[in-house]
Write a protein that binds this ligand. Structure first.
Ligand code: NAD
Length: 437
């Protein structure tokens, strides 16, 4: 099977590499010259565990190619997957579909033979229908079907998620497209991940509903965590208790500084917009968004309070900048709110992140970058965990405390325990646990 993947970002690159691992021939098209240069050198332009190996192996086998030349790749393809970005549109919060429609316009002249065109990008309900309308207008002679195939992988475990999905969702009514999509994912059927065929609108909306539900779970536990602090309960005890109930489940019950990343904030926003436009507002999800926006701001206030009411003239060491561990992605990371707020209030901020510096540096002006947590801690008044990278979990708190000027540890990810922190001489504040008297 010949596959053309448009967009070599987090989703396009991982999916392309995994499809080539199945044995398919995949040509990945991107417009970013720097990204392409790195890829042609066998290096991943993004950090994703295991991706370099997968790329190198399949490139060496001649099954995975990178190009900026769409024409030949599209002409020879049985399947063309759109994996371009759909960021939040400035001004109204709707999904910006300009990259999607630009790519559709570019492929139109090259379609040859029956081709299945797949939206792997997260697109608002109705987009596949609109793509079809545009393509039919451009190519009345064309033989193609448009499917929705939303991607559910998570950055940081993207390869594992792609190879072992809970489900593969395909939205189409076209029988020929069903056959092609069934074959495309056939290798996963051996791992008992059958393709679920649904209507296009259901597939498109399901992706937004899934992300909104997960965002809701996070905002829920964050509010419960605040309540725990007020009444002397421990949110982690509570989360494991309620998580045992299979109707609730134990995932996504970890309180923290609010959700971020390239998907939840923009997808929640786009869903709200779609719902309003269709006169069926999702007021619950609107509240989720509000709670999350306020959460990030509250985290900066929390650091300020832990520092004695003011951070002016203080040095704050921030452990972790990316929105979660095992990725270099900085899109909508809580650190982008917390760090500037601390700087505005007069703090000197140091940041350490195992993989995020390249993306974070232009977004966090005025911070000093450290190579390690211990280096960041040296001379600092306050230590704050913002992202729970494993190497921070393993931090020697006694050694960190010994290097610091102050003794405050604000643990926004509940990486440590009060016992460990106290034993190291810290005044410790965590999320969802009763604050120290
Ligand atoms: P990204 O920004 O990392 O990558 C998009 C890539 O597309 C870029 O490399 C860009 O240069 C390229 N591109 C844009 N227009 C192009 C064109 N006309 N021709 C060729 N290349 C083009 O985006 P991403 O994070 O991979 O997300 C892609 C889509 O997948 C989005 O809709 C997103 O919501 C969805 N998604 C993302 C994730 C995730 O974890 N990142 C998970 C599930 C779904």
């Amino acid at each position: 099977m010949n596959i053309c993947m448009i967009g070599a970002g987090y989703v396009g690159l991982v999916s392309a590499a995994c499809f080539s691992e199945f044995g398919w021939t995949v040509t990945c098209v991107d417009k970013d010259p720097q990204r392409l240069a790195e890829l042609k050198d066998g290096k991943s332009p993004i950090y994703e565990p295991g991706l370099d190996d997968l790329l190198q192996r399949n490139m060496a086998a001649g099954r995975l190619l990178f190009t900026d030349n769409l024409g030949p790749a599209a002409k020879n393809a049985d399947v063309i997957l759109l994996a371009v970005g759909t960021p939040m549109r400035r001004g109204d919060g709707y999904a910006d579909l300009s990259y999607v429609y630009a790519a559709v316009e570019e492929i139109a002249p090259h379609l040859k033979g029956f081709t299945v065109i797949v939206t792997k990008s997260t697109v608002p309900v109705g987009t596949s229908r609109e793509i079809e309308r545009r393509l039919r207008a451009a190519r009345s002679d064309g033989d193609f079907a448009i499917c929705s195939n939303p991607e559910f992988l998570r950055e940081g475990s993207a390869i594992q998620d792609f190879m072992h999905p809970d489900r593969v969702l395909v939205g189409t009514d076209d029988e020929r497209a069903k056959d092609v999509m069934g074959r495309l994912y056939q290798p996963l059927a051996l791992r008992s991940a059958p393709v679920m065929f649904v209507g296009r609108e259901s597939a498109e909306l399901a992706k937004y509903a899934a992300n909104a539900f997960l965002a809701l779970k996070i905002s829920f536990i964050n509010e419960i965590a605040d309540l725990c602090e007020q009444v002397g309960a421990d949110v982690q005890e509570l989360a494991s208790a309620i998580g045992k109930d299979r109707r609730i489940g134990d995932k996504f019950l970890h309180p923290g500084p609010g959700y971020g990343g390239s998907c939840f904030p923009k997808d929640v926003s786009a869903l709200i917009r779609t719902a309003r436009e269709n006169k069926s507002p999702v007021s619950l999800i609107e509240q989720v968004q509000r709670v999350n926006d306020e959460r990030k701001i509250a985290m900066a206030h929390r650091v300020e309070a832990a520092a004695g009411g003011s951070v002016r003239g203080k040095t704050i060491a921030i452990l972790g900048a990316t929105f979660k561990p095992n990725t270099d992605d900085m899109r909508d990371a809580p650190s982008l709110i917390i760090v500037p707020m601390l700087q505005e209030r007069g703090a000197t901020v140091r940041v350490v992140d195992p993989q995020g510096r390249r993306q974070a540096e232009p977004l966090l002006p005025g911070v000093t970058w450290s190579e390690s947590a211990l280096e960041a801690a040296a001379g600092a008044d306050v230590l704050v965990t913002v992202t729970e990278w494993n190497e921070f979990r393993a931090l020697d708190l006694k050694a960190a405390k010994a290097k610091m000027r102050g003794d405050v540890l604000v643990d926004l990810r509940n990486v440590f325990t009060a016992e460990l922190a106290h034993a190291a001489g810290f005044r410790y504040s965590a999320v969802g646990r009763k604050p120290e008297e």
